[in-house]
Each structure stands twice: as structure tokens, then as C-alpha cells.
Design a protein around this ligand. Structure first.
Ligand SMILES: [Zn+2]
Ligand SMILES: [Zn+2]
Length: 346
């Protein structure tokens, strides 16, 4: 199979022909039809993720067709259109049995713990527990965009922040996660405030449902700007970028008893942010992490898509080839693209 491959962190990946994968007993091999390019792939390539062993094939936001299934797989067969959450649970640990596969103790993550989907084929373990059948109405490119950023934002907004209609929701960073969070919060009837340093991204965020926008470069104090717009602070706030500055602002801009959700990964130099802990105590703020979403929660998200309430396809920016994904991955931390890039040609 053709795949994107690297032997050293930070060295430019190559497109190589590698042996085709075979399914494990409880796994499948999926022919990849579409796979999204994500900042987490860049973090992995930079060596920020301790789960990655070299050499490596990245890629974790995928959709495709089942090509082969192991003997222990009963729910899926060759030809099935599927997608998968980027965190797949083992199905047996305490967390999986409690329905929290997104924090499984023995999780399978394509593109991190195992070779991923920047390839013609990808092997996925624990198939019965984690694969999500795709309705014909959902294209592969749209489905690929769900697996990480959109699904993660769905959990962050709906399940962790528990956003309700009428609430102010600050969203820091208007990349794929942020724009998804804005669309989802708006669909729930909340009032999203978009925060970014790019006027172009803020304008795009308004088309996704943001009712106000703050250019973090144009104001002296982002938290103060959010408090002013929302009449006292956001009810919920999401750091969709993952930096010391955005994490701090996302907590500082909350109203009393507000909820902060950290979605953007805090890796490398950003790993230990300052937190305004006096405000957390005095105002009884709640701080949550959000890490992927369980396969069983896809039903709610797919139902909102079928109803036309959520339109994740609007977040797709460019469809690119596997070869074009190499320079795109390497430059990911400098990316100025609007929306998500999806590999659809191999
Ligand atoms: Zn588990
Ligand atoms: Zn991702």
C-alpha cells in the first residue's frame, strides 16, 4: 500500500510503498476513502506524543470501506461503509464498561498507538466495539471530518460543558475544533463568541453561528472583552487551540460557576499553563478535559446531521492528495487555511 511514512520526528515524511496490513482477530482492515489532516498529526510528527513508536504512519480521522474482517468480528463485514472515533476502547476495562471508551485504559488510536490512515489501508482493532456504520447520506470526506475534531467538540459542548440554549459560550481558537464547537453550540440555541487572531477566521466563524467575535490582537484583555459582550462572563468556555494564553483566557473569561473545557492539546512548551486558581475557587468554576467521543454517542450527532441542524461538511476547506498532505503536515503549525483539509486521493 501507499502510505505517508517517517523514521524520525521532525524529518520530512515520505510517500512509500509498505506491506498491506492484515486484520487482527477482533479487528478489520479498512480501505481509506478520506482522512483528515489535524494539528494532532503535527504534534505526533514533532515527537510530542509519547505513544508513537518509530517508524510511523500518521492519520487518525478516517472513513472508508471494510476490506477484511478478523474471525472474531461479528457486526461488520467487507463492503460496509464505516468511520471510527480516534480513541477506540478495548471494550473490557472499567472505563469501557462504564461507557467511557474515550478514556479507555488500553486504547487503540490509529496514527498514534498504531499506524494510521495516511495510507491506502489501515488496520483497526476492537472493531465491534468502535466502528460506526455510516449512513449513505454522509460522504466519506464529511465522515472523516467527524472522527476527531467535530466529535470531540460535540462531546465538549454537549456532554462536558452541558451547554444549554441562551447561554454565552466563548470559543478560543477558530480552527477545526473551534469552528465545530461554534456550530454545535449555535445548534443548541446558545450564543457563541468566537476568539482568534485572524479577522478572516473570525468572519468565517460568524458564518458558522458566532454572534460576536473578539480579535485577541486588537483588545488589551480578551477576558474583559468577553465579559463585556456577555454581560458578566461566559457560561461555558472552550479552549479549542491549546496554548498557555488561550487556556488562561478561557478560564478567566467565565462568569460565576462557569465551565471551562480544555480541548486543544497542551503539549510541548504549552504543557503546564498558569490557571487563575483564586477565581476558580471564589467563583466555583468547573474545569473539564475532553478527549474524543465514544462510538455510541455518534447516533446523537448523526441524527442532528440527518435533521440538517449540524452541517460538518461546511468545515471542509480543501480536498488534497496523499502527496500534497506532506507539505501540509509539515507546515501545520503555521497553517492559515480556513476549515479542514481532507485527503481524498491516494
Ligand atoms: Zn477499555
Ligand atoms: Zn485530529
Amino acid at each position: 500500500m501507499k502510505a505517508m511514512y517517517y523514521e524520525a520526528f521532525g524529518a520530512t515524511p515520505e510517500i512509500r510503498v509498505l506491506p498491506d496490513p492484515a486484520p487482527s482477530r477482533n479487528g478489520v482492515v479498512v480501505k481509506v476513502e478520506a482522512t483528515g489532516l489535524c494539528r494532532s498529526d503535527w504534534h505526533g510528527w514533532m515527537g510530542h506524543d509519547p505513544d508513537i513508536r518509530l517508524p510511523h504512519v500518521p492519520g487518525h480521522e478516517l472513513a472508508g470501506t471494510v476490506l477484511a474482517a478478523g474471525k472474531g468480528v461479528s457486526r461488520f463485514k467487507p463492503g460496509d461503509r464505516v468511520t471510527v472515533p480516534f480513541v477506540s476502547g478495548c471494550g473490557h476495562c472499567h472505563e469501557c464498561r462504564s461507557g467511557n471508551q474515550q478514556v479507555c485504559e488500553a486504547q487503540f488510536q490509529p496514527g498514534f498507538t498504531h499506524w494510521g490512515s495516511f495510507a491506502e489501508y489501515v488496520a483497526l482493532d476492537f472493531a465491534d466495539q468502535n466502528l460506526v456504520p455510516l449512513p449513505d447520506s454522509v460522504s466519506f470526506a464529511t465522515a472523516a471530518s467527524l472522527g476527531c475534531r467535530f466529535a470531540t467538540s460535540f462531546r465538549a459542548v454537549c456532554d462536558q460543558a452541558k451547554v444549554k440554549g441562551g447561554e454565552w459560550v466563548a470559543v478560543h481558537g477558530c480552527g477545526g475544533v473551534g469552528l465545530s464547537a461554534i456550530m454545535i453550540a449555535a445548534a443548541l440555541g446558545a450564543r457563541p463568541i468566537a476568539i482568534d487572531i485572524s479577522e478572516e477566521k473570525l468572519a468565517f466563524a460568524r458564518t458558522m453561528g458566532a454572534v460576536a467575535a473578539v480579535n485577541a490582537r486588537a483588545v488589551a484583555d480578551v477576558a474583559e472583552a468577553v465579559r463585556e459582550i456577555s454581560g458578566g462572563g461566559a457560561h461555558a468556555s472552550i479552549d479549542a487551540l491549546g496554548s498557555q494564553v488561550t487556556a488562561f483566557n478561557s478560564i478567566a473569561n467565565l462568569r460565576r460557576r462557569g465551565r471551562h473545557v480544555q480541548v486543544g492539546l497542551m503539549l510541548g512548551a504549552e504543557a503546564t499553563p498558569q490557571i487563575p486558581m483564586a477565581q476558580v475557587i471564589g467563583h466555583e468554576l468547573e474545569i473539564y478535559g475532553s478527549h474524543g467521543m465514544q462510538a455510541w454517542r455518534y447516533d446523537a450527532m448523526l441524527a442532528m446531521m440527518a435533521a440538517g441542524t449540524l452541517k460538518p461538511e461546511r468545515l471542509i476547506g480543501r480536498e488534497i492528495s496523499l502527496a500534497e498532505a506532506v507539505p501540509a503536515l509539515v507546515a501545520m503549525d503555521q497553517a492559515t487555511d480556513l476549515g479542514i483539509s481532507v485527503i481524498t486521493r491516494f
